[in-house]
Design a protein around this ligand. Structure first.
Ligand code: SF4
Ligand code: MSK
Length: 649
């Protein structure tokens, strides 16, 4: 066993995690919080990005005395190659997720849905129109077939630009053409990047970094955007929905099943199957009162957004959820699922079940969904969890009571509807509120939690300061769950915590000051929202003009590297809570903070504490407002529906 954390509240912030981590310590369970202690001393070469193990003349490490690898590569080449490979990792994760969903859409269109169906025909027809696919008078299957084929071409296109990039503002598309970063097919971008970083190929750090931004664009405006659109078509476009978040959503008297990872397909089936009368009867027969289905990470966000299924926690609560001793089954799929889970589960009765054919974990039981009979298959899995309920040891159960209410489900369509109503759905009221300085700007806060810093602390402190200063916050991923646990995802929070201008707008529209927009792939919704702001008019004609900023306070994954890169390449400045592994090359660092401003109109800023992030964000927004000429103080007035209609110029 590794060294256990001493002062628990130096690691975690919310009451439920504090309680669960104390329980883990008392029961001598290793978690990421104990393992991070044994990993305190980090490799300086890895951290600075100057370790190269691309070929077997190496590994080579760059130092002042050894400024070149065996092949002659310098620090800039090695750092840029490593960075590009991180972007490739992140892009691949989102893209592969998207590809699975597109294939599902194609199978459904071919009549082989196996229990899956197109739930949102309106979203299907709307998306088809975006790509000039004829939809009037055609069946949904016909449209779905053509749309799925078009999306698949966005993966395989060799010499044609990614079609989905046409959803970006026109000026941004020109920037990408001018800077030669317009991506081709997603698969080609990934393969080409791996080729370019092979030993002895691309050595110019600028060339490598531009390829990193090009590959990232194939994520944000390709794999992720496609994944979000297809998820909405298959499972329904999110609408505001109430729920609760934190470990307190687990029920002592129920069979508790937790879904974890990123893919919505099986969890959608589990959500439906967990309500089936025969399944509930089965749970009662086993001595439970019912079934609680809850989520961790972005699988949680997917089913929260569409069904209001409660959230048990974010990334660093996955082991703590098992430590409650009250989970019969944790169903894991892809991304962010720790390999430690089966080891933690050994101390309890919890069964860890892996469900993706591409993601196996030693110690987990593997379950393959019967694609032809998905609903029945999901029921079988739940029955297995019910059987496990009998093995629960009441003496080991300790469910923290803390949980907070929340509202999630803010797709762009839902925001538009809330702003203007069904027949006048529009971003106009938001643009006007920004122009009138009721809302100072918009911050998209995204990303993970990381045991190297106090969990959720940076994210929540910064979010609090921003809303107090009239910055509307859009959130996804584990950052959104951090806000949920803090209780700021409710309209009531606007009354208490938002600044006066933001409060007026939130009250008039009935939204929280922090909008939960979904999972990690749903960062594409933030790009979509930014594009709506541009198209609505009055705030410049490119994403690099609007008063908006991206923030990743406690990020940890390669996906975050790709996300940050596509935000910047899209013209949105990004503030990071800790730096990329690029510090070993001054040339690369200068490129990422300065030179790219000229190329994309945005760049990266590193702020290691929430106060400096707050100041930097306000400065970025202020500069953008100044350039737009909208920095004048406006009279404040409470908007009602009549006012909002008047604003509709
Ligand atoms: Fe060393 Fe060059 Fe091989 Fe990298 S590619 S391991 S720097 S010899
Ligand atoms: S789950 S990538 S820890 S946000 Fe999307 Fe959370 Fe980060 Fe995973």
């Amino acid at each position: 066993m590794t060294k256990q954390p001493k002062n628990i509240d130096e690691y975690v912030t919310d009451a439920a995690s504090i309680e669960a981590l104390k329980k883990a310590r008392d029961e001598c369970i290793d978690t990421c919080f104990s393992r991070v202690e044994t990993q305190r001393t980090q490799c300086k070469f890895g951290k600075e990005g100057v370790c190269c193990r691309i070929c077997y003349m190496g590994p080579c490490r760059i130092t002042p005395k050894a400024p070149h690898g065996v092949c002659g590569a310098d620090a800039a080449t090695i750092v840029a190659r490593n960075y590009l490979r991180e972007v490739v990792g992140g892009t691949s994760a989102h893209a592969d997720h998207g590809r699975h969903l597109v294939l599902r859409l194609k199978h459904i269109a071919a009549g082989k849905g196996g229990g899956f169906e197109i739930k949102d025909e309106e979203a299907l027809r709307y998306t088809a129109r975006l790509y000039s696919i004829a939809e009037a008078g055609r069946s949904k299957e016909e449209i779905a077939r053509e749309l799925a084929d078009l999306f698949l071409k966005d993966f395989t296109a060799q010499e044609e630009k990614l079609k989905t990039t046409a959803l970006a503002p026109l000026n941004r598309q020109s920037t990408w053409e001018n800077q030669k970063v317009m991506p081709y097919g997603i698969d080609r971008m990934v393969v080409e990047s791996m080729h370019r970083t092979h030993m002895g190929v691309d050595h110019d750090y600028r060339s490598l970094l531009l390829q990193a931004f090009r590959t990232a664009l194939a994520d944000g405006w390709g794999g992720s955007r496609i994944a979000t659109m297809v998820s909405d078509i298959l499972f329904g476009s999110p609408q505001p929905v109430r729920s609760d978040a934190n470990l307190g959503v687990l029920e002592e008297k129920n069979v508790n099943i937790v879904v974890h990872g990123h893919e919505p397909e099986l969890s959608e089936m589990l959500a439906a199957a967990s309500c089936a009368p025969d399944i509930i009867e089965c749970a009662r027969a086993a001595g439970a009162e019912g079934i609680t289905l809850a989520g961790i990470c972005c699988t949680a966000n997917e089913i929260l957004m569409r069904h209001g299924i409660p959230v048990a926690g974010n990334f660093l609560q996955q082991e703590l959820a098992v430590v409650t001793g009250a989970i019969e089954m944790m169903v894991i799929d892809v991304q962010c699922c720790m390999p430690s889970l089966p080891e933690v589960a050994k101390a309890y009765h919890t069964e860890i079940v892996s469900t993706s054919e591409i993601a196996k974990t030693i110690g987990a039981v593997h379950f393959t969904l019967d694609e032809d009979n998905a609903f029945e298959s999901a029921k079988q899995l739940i029955k297995r969890a019910i059987d496990n309920f009998k093995k629960r040891d009441p003496g080991k159960v300790g469910i923290p009571s803390a949980k907070k209410p929340l509202i999630a489900g803010f797709s762009v369509a839902a925001i538009k509807y809330m702003l203007g109503g069904r027949f006048r759905a529009s971003f106009r009221p938001l643009n006007d509120a920004i122009m009138q300085n009721r809302i100072f700007g918009v911050a998209g806060i995204v990303g993970c939690s990381n045991p190297r810093s106090k969990v959720d602390d940076y994210t929540n402190t910064l979010t609090g300061q921003l809303i107090k200063n009239n910055v509307l916050v859009l959130k996804t991923g584990c950052a959104a769950i951090a806000s949920a646990k803090k209780g700021v995802l409710t309209p009531e929070a606007a009354l208490e915590k938002a600044g006066p201008g933001l409060r007026e707008v939130c009250e008039a529209i009935g939204i929280p000051p922090v909008l939960h927009m979904g999972s990690c792939v749903d960062n594409s919704r933030i790009l979509e929202a930014g594009t709506e702001v541009v198209l609505e008019g009055g705030l410049g004609d490119d994403l690099s003009h609007i008063p908006a900023v991206g923030v990743a306070p406690e990020w940890m994954s390669e996906k975050a590297v790709a996300i940050g890169s596509y935000f910047v390449a899209s013209g949105i400045d990004v503030v990071l809570g800790h730096p990329f592994h690029i510090g070993g090359s001054q040339a690369v660092s200068d490129f990422m903070s300065e030179e790219i401003k000229e190329l994309f109109g945005a760049s990266f800023y590193v702020c290691e504490n929430p106060q400096s992030a707050f100041e930097t964000i306000m400065e970025i927004l202020d500069k953008r407002r100044e350039k737009l000429g909208i920095n004048k103080k406006m009279e404040r007035k409470l908007m009602d529906m009549k006012d909002r209609r008047k604003l509709d110029v």
